[in-house]
Design a protein around this ligand. Structure first.
Ligand code: AMP
Length: 440
């Protein structure tokens, strides 16, 4: 049998690495400046962590998507389907409620869901997450939302649409769910099977349905924003007020919902029109009941998650490319046997300062230059018997084609000067490494 990666997973090839670096460097910079600290949690957690997070109104769709298995010790473990539950498990287990409050964290890494694979939907995908734990201030909501926008902009995205709504307090949700149950009961037969199940378990999630028939029914109904009580309404006004003060562009979406019970008040999503049907780049909301639901202290929190693969799709749709894998400054070509070990030793010495590659075997000049070219190097450095006798190396600029002979001892100085004159081969991707195509 031919070995293949499991369905819904993929390899990140060397040429794809720069955009990952761009994403994580930018995240670290943008969120780091706002005082967020990076937290890395295990990919495996006890199944209980996610079961508790999902709660009683167990959304069967969520449950079915989880990769849960029994290990050899009979423990039920789950490959995390999202990052928040694990972050809050760590918050509780490590006593972070004693840290200066609020605790502001970001996390990134793989997540797993047994989904139908399609464009924008994988079984192993990646998320970037932000969490603010310990504040119920509308400033925290506004900051989380604004930072999501800041990160998208810093990545180079322009065509994102931020939608903000509110699911209300638990009482408001209950009233809205009761209303939905009543309003949809006469139409239950017309709903899609998924929505029918949701209507029974978690009515609000019917609003999330992508089914055209469901959408038509739902369009005639009142929205969660119409059901806000006084507290939730004031909070929503404060959040949008801050966003307005800061000049953050957003739309109010009265129908935004968050499936799980612990969500309250602020809910938001960010979409991109250029990435197909799965247009959500990410979303988030306030989850004041969650830490307690997981067995921790009663502290409020808010957070968001964005899908890395969808961000890449959006960057591609906007013509933003993270450029240049790291190019060697020079590729050393040995033209006789003696030069092979000479140049290997030289490469090791030069690597203290420069990015250098070399062939492991003797090459004739034509093949050697071809190797050098394919490595992406700016210079080829050639040495054979003739150069050894003269105590020199031949240095050739691969794009321009000009070449000079220089004494072996002068090579480091020569490369240093050349590296100063050349547009730097990028060694890490910061803003300068990101080229934005003309958008007309
Ligand atoms: P969620 O935790 O479902 O709110 O998802 C947050 C974000 O993660 C979504 O907006 C997507 O960008 C991304 N995402 C969720 N599921 C998948 C998946 N199966 N494949 C790729 N990205 C996903």
């Amino acid at each position: 049998m031919r070995l293949q990666a499991p369905k819904g997973t993929y390899d990140v090839l060397p040429l794809d690495q720069p955009r990952w670096h761009h994403l994580f460097d930018t995240t670290r910079r943008v969120l780091g400046r706002a005082g967020y600290q990076e937290l890395t949690t295990p990919i495996l957690e006890h199944a209980e962590v996610f079961e508790k997070a999902v709660g009683d109104a167990a959304d069967l769709v969520v449950q079915k998507e989880m990769y849960t298995f029994e290990d050899r010790g009979g423990r039920h473990l789950t490959l995390r389907p999202e990052l928040t539950a694990g972050v809050l498990r760590a918050f509780i287990e490590r006593g972070m409620h004693t840290w200066p409050s609020p605790v502001k964290l970001w996390s990134a890494g793989p997540a797993f869901r047994a989904e139908n694979v399609q464009r924008g939907r994988y079984r192993q995908f990646h998320q970037v997450n932000l969490e603010i734990v310990g504040s119920d201030s509308a400033l925290a909501d506004a900051e989380a939302i604004a930072l999501m926008g800041d990160l998208l902009a810093a990545l180079g995205l322009r065509r994102t649409v931020l939608k903000v709504g509110s699911v209300g307090d638990p009482d408001d949700r209950a009233r809205y769910n009761a209303y939905l149950t009543q309003a949809l009961a006469p139409h239950a037969e017309a709903l899609s099977p998924t929505s029918r199940e949701r209507l029974r378990l978690n009515p609000m999630r019917v609003l999330d349905s992508k089914d055209a028939g469901d959408q038509e029914l739902v369009a005639t109904l009142e929205r969660p924003l119409d059901f806000l009580g006084e507290g939730a309404r004031a909070h929503f006004g404060a959040v949008t007020g801050h966003l307005d003060d800061w000049g953050v562009a957003y739309e109010i979406d009265p129908a935004i919902v968050r499936g799980l019970d612990y969500y309250r008040r602020t809910a938001f999503e960010v979409h991109h029109q250029g990435i197909g049907a799965q247009s959500a780049l990410g979303g988030g909301g306030r989850y004041d009941g969650l830490v307690r639901q997981l067995g921790g202290p009663d502290v409020p929190g808010i957070g968001w998650a964005m899908g890395v693969e969808r961000l890449f799709d959006a960057l591609e749709a906007e013509g933003v490319t993270a450029t240049d894998r790291d190019r060697p400054l020079a590729f050393l070509v040995a033209m006789d046997e003696a030069a092979v070990s000479e140049l290997a030793a030289l490469a090791r010495a030069l690597r203290a300062e420069f990015r250098i590659e070399h062939a492991y075997v003797r090459r004739n000049p034509t093949k050697g230059l071809r190797d050098a070219d394919r490595s992406g190097a700016i210079y080829a450095v050639l040495r054979g018997e003739r150069e050894r006798d003269a105590g020199v190396v031949m240095v050739k600029h691969l794009e321009r084609g000009d070449q000079v002979e220089i004494p072996l001892e002068a090579l480091a100085d020569h490369l240093r000067a050349a590296a100063r004159d050349e547009p730097q081969p990028s060694t890490s991707l910061h803003d300068a490494g990101v080229r934005t195509a003309d958008r007309g």
